[in-house]
Design a protein around this ligand. Structure first.
Ligand code: ATP
Ligand code: MG
Length: 355
């Protein structure tokens, strides 16, 4: 069986780190006997926008819908297209159109990577933030009332549907089953009196199907503190859209520079393709110099292989970049070295083994 992958490099350093991601994914596929086919697309980029006045072709959905995964670089070139236009016109269309309701961010302390928590915290920091990606606090229901009067006010509704909450919580439980059998839920039911108690209720109810998963919950304020003070306490962390948004930036920031963090936008049922990308953007300030760190893109490639059912190949890639980073001989400037993006990518690809 061959998995088909749509490759969308995008803008800026997206076009520089993508070849290194592909190099490592291809190498792992070769070693583990995985059939992959790739097709590259030039849309979701400022160049495409300059030519066509839009970020995506009208038929983007049909063009992409039958791929098994989307491998994405970075989008955005503010000199040419305002950021909100490039983002809304591409990545957010994919997220919505393909119902990628899970946002997945691994958090892991990597040896040899300068990070606020590097070397400081006892215990093994290795967890995943699972963020609800479609509803919750980011609904567009609301508005201003009594404008211009002394009763002027604004209302913004949180909407949590049973379907929306259950599917993200279920995903998190299933992920916990495959990992350390420990789930942490982010809540704020002491201050938010309808939506968060409902969230808690669904987390507890769905736990019945997973008796061997240990569950705990923290209010978002203290949970944020624990991310910094006790990151070794976590395995899988599940959170609503807003809380997850914050935690999925905080976690990777504590344990790494932006160049190494990956992200998955997942449609778990597989009815639509999921998208894998580095957390960083197109980085216009360093684009064109060949010095971008490719690890975020490479790690996203590992997540993609894992999602496609190849956990062994994914682990081999992660193991390879961990060893290369720990050795510290080939480092891009953000890691304190002088290596190029390609040099680091090649080093990691060469370190992948099927052992
Ligand atoms: P976004 O596109 O998400 O809005 P942004 O454009 O504000 O993000 P990034 O493009 O992620 O930000 O860049 C932020 C900073 O991090 C820049 O100084 C950039 O050079 C640096 N940076 C980002 N990615 C990398 C990388 N892969 N390697 C080295 N430095 C990076
Ligand atoms: Mg940007």
């Amino acid at each position: 069986m061959t998995h088909s992958i749509a490759v969308i490099p995008g803008d800026g350093i997206g076009t520089e780190v993508m070849p290194e991601g592909l190099r490592c994914v291809r190498r792992a596929a070769e070693l583990f006997g995985i059939g992959l086919s790739f097709e590259e697309f030039d849309f979701a980029s400022a160049a495409y926008w300059s030519k066509h006045g839009q970020m995506l072709p009208d038929n983007w959905f049909d063009t992409l819908k039958d791929f098994d995964a989307l491998y994405f670089g970075a989008v955005g070139w503010p000199e040419t297209v305002p950021d909100h236009v490039s983002l809304w016109g591409s990545l957010l269309q994919f997220r919505r159109g393909f119902d990628q309701y899970v946002s997945l961010r691994p958090v892991r302390l990597l040896p040899g990577v300068p990070a606020p928590l590097a070397g400081r915290v006892p215990g093994d920091i290795d967890f995943v933030v699972v963020r609800e990606n479609t509803e919750g606090e980011y609904s567009d229901i609301g508005g201003r009332i009594f404008e211009g009067t002394d009763r002027e006010a604004v209302v913004q509704q949180t909407v949590m549907t049973r379907t929306g909450v259950d599917r993200i919580v279920r995903y998190a439980y299933e992920l916990a089953e495959r990992r350390g059998k420990h789930l942490t839920s982010a809540t704020k039911s002491n201050g938010i009196s309808y939506s968060m108690p409902y969230w808690d209720e669904r987390v507890a109810a769905l736990g019945a199907a997973h008796p061997d998963v240990r569950v705990d919950k923290f209010h978002i304020d203290i949970l944020s503190a624990h991310f910094v003070l006790h990151p070794d306490w976590f395995d899988v962390v599940v959170a609503s859209n807003l809380f997850g948004d914050i935690l999925s930036d905080l976690g990777p920031a504590c344990t790494g520079t932006i160049g190494v963090a990956p992200s998955g936008n997942i449609n778990p049922g597989g009815a639509h393709p999921s998208l894998f990308e580095p957390v960083h953007g197109s980085a216009p300030d360093i684009a064109g110099q060949g010095i971008a760190n490719p690890v975020g893109q490479i790690w996203a490639g590992a997540m993609m292989l894992d999602h496609l059912g190849h956990a062994d190949a994914a682990a081999a890639i992660v193991d390879a970049f961990e060893r290369v980073l720990a050795r510290g001989e080939v480092r891009t400037p953000d890691l304190g070295g002088t290596a190029t993006c390609t040099e680091l990518g090649r080093e990691i690809a060469a370190a992948i083994t099927a052992e």
